[in-house]
Ligand binder design. Structure first.
Ligand SMILES: [Zn+2]
Length: 203
């Protein structure tokens, strides 16, 4: 768990805390924790108590603000709609956030995240692979106006996989063989449900 001092620092960074940065809990700190929970978490989690789930949300809010200028934490939320998780089952990888922001600058147009975090239960329901990096905050799927055609997606993927820490990117139309050519790692690539979406991830 983060120290109270670091928690305060993060809460301040995301604009929810305005008090002193020290190691003691105070009224403003307690209020900030509740504000954080009310902003991002389901009702059942809004108890003002700082536990593991709250820490994951705080770290995520801090990282998204620090490493992304074009994305908000809500865009990464698990789509189980609070049925099986708090919406944020894992800490988002800093490398993923950096690569996502680089991708946004590279494309120069808004990217819509079609799948961000996934809790294990939702991952199973949506047909995700059992090893899916969506469950550990290391993958997202997106669509954009600049990746509408096969050629555009191919060009983007070939650019993306050269970024530091990127392991692979794929899109179903490449099929198994071509995906292997790009990455050499992904065991299977037949995801017709992805439509025009591209999957990107990091180690
Ligand atoms: Zn979930």
């Amino acid at each position: 768990m983060l120290s109270i001092k670091t928690q305060k620092k993060y809460l301040k960074y995301i604009g929810l805390y305005n008090g002193v940065i020290d190691s003691k809990k105070n009224k403003e700190y307690n209020e900030a924790v509740l504000k954080l929970q009310k902003k991002y978490m389901p009702k059942s989690e809004q108890d003002g108590i700082y536990g593991n789930n709250t820490e994951i949300v705080l770290v995520n809010a801090y990282r998204v603000k620090k490493y992304c200028t074009h994305f908000k934490l809500e865009e990464f939320k698990c789509k189980c709609k609070g049925r099986y998780c708090t919406g944020y089952p894992a800490k988002l990888s800093i490398r993923l956030l950096k690569n996502l922001e680089k991708s946004r600058s590279h494309l120069g147009v808004p990217m819509t995240i079609t799948s961000g975090e996934r809790c294990p239960r939702y991952n199973t329901l949506c047909g995700g692979a059992s090893f899916s990096k969506h469950m550990s905050g290391r993958a997202i799927d997106f669509v954009s106006s600049k990746t509408q055609t096969f050629e555009q997606r191919k060009k983007f993927i070939n650019w993306y996989i050269k970024l530091v820490g990127s392991t692979y990117a794929y899109q179903y139309k490449y099929g198994r063989t071509k995906t292997r050519t790009f990455t050499g790692t992904h065991p299977s690539c037949n995801y017709p449900e992805m439509g025009n979406a591209i999957h990107i991830d990091v180690v």
